[in-house]
Design a binder for this molecule. Structure first.
Ligand code: NDP
Ligand code: MG
Length: 389
């Protein structure tokens, strides 16, 4: 563990992804205060090896067993420990030797290692929103019990977190999550029905991993973020609003009980919220490009098109119903997005699969962790059967 003046030791779960690589860029520019302890990847052995050679962590995990020998051989001349397989993620999350986990694995797979880190009272820089969507009540209670600070990396939630600094005694009246609207803003179902993978992967403002990019195009991402916000900031569903803001300059807003609204702004660059989470409570000086208001003569705001982007309504239904509904929504969405990325289903089928799966799976009001895992598995199987996968 780092002492008062020592460097913060960082474990990046999902280091080869969009968030993971940007986290390493941040660390590379601040090696005086940050160092890498653990790196994990699922399949990208080449990049994991390159990262390990540069940052010299204590341990790496490659999820795919078949790649273990290659990673082991490539790092043989170093003293880096090499692990493989799903269980190894929890094993290294159990290490005492790191201070902050960057939870940057995509999807449900991020839940177990994050829970392990929370149970150890680690600081969690949370990018993996699915962790809170699936089991937010259990994760937040465990974080409270183990004094594990959860600092959001998701840009909207980082914005809200930043707006709340210094406001501990002031209740939130509502939060306003901004959404870019994605590549299909203004489009209607007759257009969306023909949308293909490559088009949906072109986000106007953000460069992200494939799954979240599709979620942004379907607006499921904003729905997942509403559920994430409920747990992070202890809100009622009616306190969470979404507004379309195509420029992605205001990252989100908080309205207090006197009607005053605070917004956090900046260029759309995930390195900012990543760095904020790693430095918190300090802001670390950097040379990232600065926002120039003259380049943004107008900032626009509009109501989301709930009729066309029905995922948002489904997520709000899950937010209101609680229990295992959001877990089911998430599982069906993960598998439907995977199928869309493999060109097995159409763009609008994603919503149909999620909706039918939500109708099918038995509602559990207060699930145990095991019941969340079971609901996830059942929802995946049912969604796969709908798509004949
Ligand atoms: P990517 O797909 O780019 O990266 C995912 C990472 O997780 C990779 O390192 C990947 O390894 C690893 N991984 C994938 N599947 C598994 C698995 N089954 N078990 C263990 N590791 C796995 O995703 P992003 O970086 O875009 O997103 C990560 C998380 O952050 C998501 O939850 C997303 O919603 C959230 N987020 C992302 C933002 C962004 O700008 N990208 C913004 C806000 C939130 P490999 O590369 O080897 O396959
Ligand atoms: Mg976001």
């Amino acid at each position: 563990m780092a002492g008062a003046d020592a460097k913060k030791r960082i474990a990046i779960f999902g280091s080869t992804g969009s968030i993971g690589t940007q986290a390493l860029e941040v660390i590379r520019s601040h090696t005086d205060i940050l160092e890498v302890e653990i790196l994990t990847a699922q399949t990208n052995d080449e990049l994991l090896i390159t990262q390990a050679m540069e940052f010299r962590p204590n341990a790496v995990v490659i999820g795919d067993d078949k790649k273990y020998e290659k990673v082991k051989a490539a790092l043989a001349a170093t003293d880096i420990k090499v692990f493989c397989g799903e269980e190894a993620l929890e094993e290294v999350a159990d290490f005492d030797t790191y201070d902050v986990m960057i939870a940057a694995i995509v999807g449900f797979a991020g839940l177990k290692p994050t829970l392990k880190a929370v149970s150890k009272g680690k600081v969690i820089a949370l990018a993996n929103k699915e962790t809170l969507v699936v089991a937010g009540d259990i994760v937040m209670q465990m974080a409270l019990d183990n004094r594990s600070p959860i600092i959001p990396v998701d840009s909207e939630h980082s914005a809200i977190f930043q707006c709340l600094v210094g406001e501990a005694r002031n209740p939130i009246e509502r939060i306003i999550l901004t959404a870019s609207g994605g590549p299909f803003l203004g489009k209607k179902p007759n257009f969306l029905v023909n949308v293909k993978r490559d088009h949906a992967l072109q986000h106007p403002n953000w460069s992200m991993g494939a799954k979240i990019t599709i979620d942004s195009a379907t607006l499921m991402n904003k729905g997942l973020e509403m559920i994430e916000a409920k747990w992070l900031f202890n809100l009622q569903p009616e306190q969470i609003e979404v507004v379309i803001h195509p420029q992605s300059v205001i990252h989100s807003m908080v309205q207090f009980e006197d009607g005053s609204i605070k917004a956090q702004m900046g260029l759309p660059d995930m390195k900012l919220p990543i760095q904020y989470a790693l430095g918190f409570p300090q802001r670390i000086k950097n040379d990232f490009p600065r926002l120039n208001f003259r380049r943004y003569p107008a900032l626009n705001f509009e109501e989301p098109d709930f009729k066309t982007f029905r995922n948002l309504g489904l997520a709000i239904e899950a937010l209101q119903k609680g229990g295992n509904t959001a877990c089911v929504l998430n599982a069906a969405n993960e598998i439907a997005v995977w199928a869309f990325l493999k060109n097995r289903i159409g763009f609008l089928d994603i919503t149909a699969v999620v909706e039918k799966t939500m109708q099918h799976i038995t509602y559990i009001k207060k699930p145990t962790l095991q019941e969340y895992f079971d609901s996830d598995g059942e929802a995946r199987n049912f969604a796969a059967s709908l798509m004949k996968l």
